[in-house]
Design a protein around this ligand. Sequence first.
Ligand code: ATP
Length: 458
Amino acid sequence: MEDKKANIIASITIISLLVVIIAARISLKLSKTFYLIAGVDISLILAVICFLIIRRQYNRERNQLVSKFASEGRELRIEYSFLRKVAGVPTKFKLEDLEEATDGFRSLIGKGGSGSIFKGVLRDGSQVAVKRIEGEEKGEREFRSEVAAIASVQHKNLVRLFGYSSANSPNRFLVYEYIVNSSLDLWIFPEKSGCRRRSGGCLSWYQRYQVAIDVAKALAYLHHDCRSKILHLDVKPENILLDENYRAVVTDFGLSKLVARDESRVVTDICGTRGYLAPEWLLEHGISEKSDVYSYGIVLLEMIGGRRSISRVEVEQTNTRIKKKKFEYFPRIVNQKMRERKVMEIVDQRLVESKEIDDEEQVMKLVCVALWCIQEKPKIRPDMRMVIDMLEGRVPVNEPPDSEVVVVDLLAADDDDDDSITGVRRVKDIPRLQIQRERNFFRLPSICSSIISPISPR
Ligand SMILES: Nc1ncnc2c1ncn2[C@@H]1O[C@H](COP(=O)(O)OP(=O)(O)OP(=O)(O)O)[C@@H](O)[C@H]1O
């Protein structure tokens, strides 16, 4: 368009200059003034012609470059979209897209310590769970660790992050694949009367065992197979989702930490969820991937028993018949029953009543693995690869020792509301200094054992 305009202007200029020469020839004859005007006009005509030639050359080169860049850009775009599909690189969403997908953030599916989760449908029809991280400073921290950890991982037992959005809003958003059967807590703990959160049902023994293996595989991948070690640091039933086949998908990387492969322990602020915290968190010894192993062990026990690891029960005092509330620490009961060879007594009664467990040895194996995982000393706990080998029967499982000391986080049992919609309470909101060891920790006497390995030598 611009080229055409320039050509027309140049032609008009040349014609006008020629007209001027002709007019000067007629009116001035062959006088000195005529030669002067003709000279100037001819120079101007030559200048315009030169300008047109140079401009044409320049345009040709520019067009060649533009088409070269365009084809390179197209190739790059194709490559990038291919990479995004293959490597799962998260997309940056606009806030409007998420508002449209969630119908204005209407269908709330869960609420946790860091924000709310809404169900949504993207324009291409895929179902998503949109997490709105609330609170600016805390939100930013959770958002960054979540994107950093999960953007780089690809595993069938880890939730997929489709994308994120952080623009024009005090809130940050993370967009995950939607996992249809919600979280494990709804499938292992019986519904409490008066509780706002509905139970999903009762997961069978076989499904629970599968979930145990799935979660172990997800954690083993994070701990051993990624470029940096990834510590999840918030393993609990609420963060284990179940897909349409009741297979486990681990989610919520808000507290996760990337750790260099050669770092064996890291010292960090206390965070995680009450009841699932490894003793080293509370004793300030520095944490490692073995802290996830501990939380995993607690989750195993909760799956076996269909109950939380720490609960408050009402007991009647023998003489006065007055009812009093007291803490019950499920791992201690499990430990005792295992030694008495009465493991079926600690299994979820719904499973026992339905008579679906025909392999008591498998129960014993899961109990032993769980007790190994919750050993006080991180070194004695198996790593997640070893846990998989034990659960899949590739290595025999030794009977676990009684812990030298079992440190129980009684903060986990401070409240009765542990089954509310918000799930169990996170400990990260409690200022560190308020955690008083003497009041909150409950130590069991040690019965030392000589066994120090979860597996027998072959
Ligand atoms: N991808 C998903 N698909 C389906 N439901 C989900 C998904 N992610 C989370 N939920 C539901 O939302 C609940 C809360 O999610 P989540 O635990 O990630 O929130 P949170 O704010 O990180 O909680 P917290 O930080 O206290 O652990 C889950 O227990 C689950 O029921």
